[in-house]
Design a protein around this ligand. Structure first.
Ligand SMILES: Cc1cc2nc3c(=O)[nH]c(=O)nc-3n(C[C@H](O)[C@H](O)[C@H](O)COP(=O)(O)O)c2cc1C
Length: 181
């Protein structure tokens, strides 16, 4: 199985980076799956301009940036873990820009049932509505594309290094490989 971890935090030593690393280690230690992590904030992916050229251009976005490379990895993956810090009750714009580009490869994305994991990390308490808002959005995407959600975790952590100190978080993250069977 090919597993793609999409980290969407620009803080390269922050909480989402920690979660990404723990999940990667868990998969490498406990499975024979291939795993790659990409930080989408390192990519240049412009917003979709709704030109619809992809519809007549073999599902290729005409904007020449990192869009095609990341979409190729997404199409190719059997499982994708979306890891996002909460920004304004949603996901960061860099991740949303990639998701919007799903439009250009919709039929390729629908062709394979992918396993989907979600990890969201925000400063607010875990009872805040923002976590279920993001979950609902991914549920809609999964339903539309025929993908299967296999886990959905949320953590409350604000400062860099808060997540490693949060009771039970490291254990939960290092047990993720159990879902990827
Ligand atoms: C632009 C911006 C917007 C944010 N919006 C929210 C928010 O809506 N809700 C929340 O709980 N935390 C919010 N935060 C806090 C981050 O989600 C929190 O600090 C998280 O731990 C960042 O993860 P990271 O260390 O991986 O970057 C925001 C932070 C930034 C920089």
């Amino acid at each position: 199985m090919k597993i793609l971890l999409l980290n969407s935090s620009p803080r390269h030593n922050g909480n989402t980076a920690y979660a990404t690393e723990q999940i990667k280690k868990s998969i490498e230690l406990n499975t024979t799956h291939s795993v790659e992590s990409v930080n989408v904030t390192n990519l240049k992916v412009s917003g979709c301009v709704a030109c619809d050229s992809c519809r007549t251009n073999s599902e290729i976005c005409v904007i020449k940036d990192d869009t095609q490379d990341i979409l190729n990895k997404i199409v190719d993956a059997d499982a994708i873990v979306f890891l996002a810090p909460v920004y304004w009750w949603g996901v960061p714009s860099q991740l949303k820009a990639v998701i919007d580009k799903f439009y250009s490869v919709q039929s390729k994305l629908k062709a394979k049932t992918k396993k989907i994991g979600i990890v969201t990390i925000g400063a607010s308490d875990i009872t805040n509505r923002q976590y279920s808002l993001i979950s609902d959005q991914f549920d809609c995407i999964n339903e539309f594309l025929g993908w299967e959600k296999i886990f959905d975790l949320s953590f409350s952590a604000r400062e860099i290094n808060d997540l490693p100190k949060l009771e039970g978080a490291t254990e939960q993250l290092s047990n993720i490989s159990q879902y990827l069977v």
